[in-house]
Ligand binder design. Structure first.
Ligand code: ADP
Ligand code: MG
Length: 302
């Protein structure tokens, strides 16, 4: 099966700023593919090149079989692209904006169906300016769907939303995928990437630095888990001798064991074998945030 998108050796500079530096990846049908990285990493430039919205310096791109540098018109009939905020006039009503966008679509969807799918029926006659942040976001997604796209691009969709609206938006994105549409999700939010994406391209300073599932990224770096518990037992040298254990530190009765793989299960089994059953035994597993730090040497939100 051909990929929905393939990018090979993409390079794009603005004057002396290299925004995208030799990036290659492909996106498969039906996945939520994340492009994750800090602000300025080159995420938007990359996805806008794929959509034929920006010119390319070097490299080849195919999206749905089209070359966006020469067939952008054809391609853009088949993809959905989310509008940036404030892109709609405040007085335009919800249903009117959908009608307006449908007028340009080759396979327009039914307006009522779209309003119902994105829970905007009650807002259909409300002007854009009167919508809440969450309602605007739903409208932007709905507008990306007027031409029944096979592939949608969502760029920093949850920027500026409160936690509740963010979670609601995540549900919408899952719904999009459930309906079979392939999603390219651009984000600088770790939790969003971890929760939603099947695979992630991690970009930093224009370069692709990792490409894997969120779990694969974390596991592949062999970062340690930390097992914590309390005990008054003073000799814990038998824990240090376990293969999976890297270090044991303690402060009073509080013990921290760093290790990899099945460290929690092995430490727990050893404790029980030594007659120690701590009620507060727990493990902190490495997160995507830790993986990003390990890959780049800094936190994503600097
Ligand atoms: N139209 C433009 N003109 C000049 N520089 C730009 C333009 N768009 C982006 N840049 C620069 O290119 C780099 C990558 O930007 P961008 O692709 O928007 O990153 P991201 O979406 O990851 O925040 C940044 O240094 C940004 O300032
Ligand atoms: Mg951006």
């Amino acid at each position: 099966m051909a990929s929905m998108i393939s990018v090979d050796g993409l390079h794009k500079a603005y004057g002396s700023t290299i925004a995208v530096d030799d990036v290659s990846f492909s996106v498969e049908e039906g996945e939520i593919f994340g492009v994750l990285g800090p602000n300025g990493a080159g995420k938007t430039t990359t996805v806008e090149c794929i959509q034929g919205l920006r010119s390319v310096d070097r490299g080849t791109i195919r999206a749905l079989g089209f070359d966006p540098t020469t067939e952008a018109g054809e391609l853009r009939q088949r993809i959905g692209s989310q509008l940036q905020d404030s892109a709609l006039p405040g007085r335009l009503r919800v249903a009117e904006s959908i009608e307006l966008f449908s007028a340009f679509a080759r396979n327009p969807v039914d307006i009522d169906q779209l309003l119902s799918q994105w829970r905007l029926e009650e807002q259909r006659d409300q002007p854009f300016a009167s919508l809440s942040g969450g309602q605007r976001q739903r409208l932007f997604i709905a507008l990306a769907f007027v031409n029944s796209p096979e592939l949608v691009f969502l760029d920093e969709l949850t920027q500026g939303l409160d936690p509740q609206a963010r979670r609601a938006t995540w549900e919408l994105i899952r719904e999009i995928r459930y309906h079979g549409t392939t999603v390219v999700l651009v984000t600088h939010f770790m939790d969003e990437a971890e929760q939603l994406c099947d695979r992630l391209a991690v970009v930093d300073r224009g370069r692709l630095i990792a490409l894997d599932t969120p779990q694969g990224l974390v596991d592949g770096l062999g970062l340690s888990s930390i097992v914590r518990f309390s005990t008054s037992e003073s000799d814990l040298s038998w824990i240090e001798r376990l293969d999976v254990v890297d270090s044991v530190t303690r402060e009073g009765d509080s013990v921290e064991v760093r290790g990899s793989g099945g460290v929690l299960a092995l430490v727990a089994a050893e404790l029980v074998a030594h007659g120690i059953v701590p009620v507060d035994l727990r493990v902190d597993r490495p997160t995507l945030e830790d993986a990003f730090l390990a890959l780049t040497g800094r936190a994503i939100r600097s």
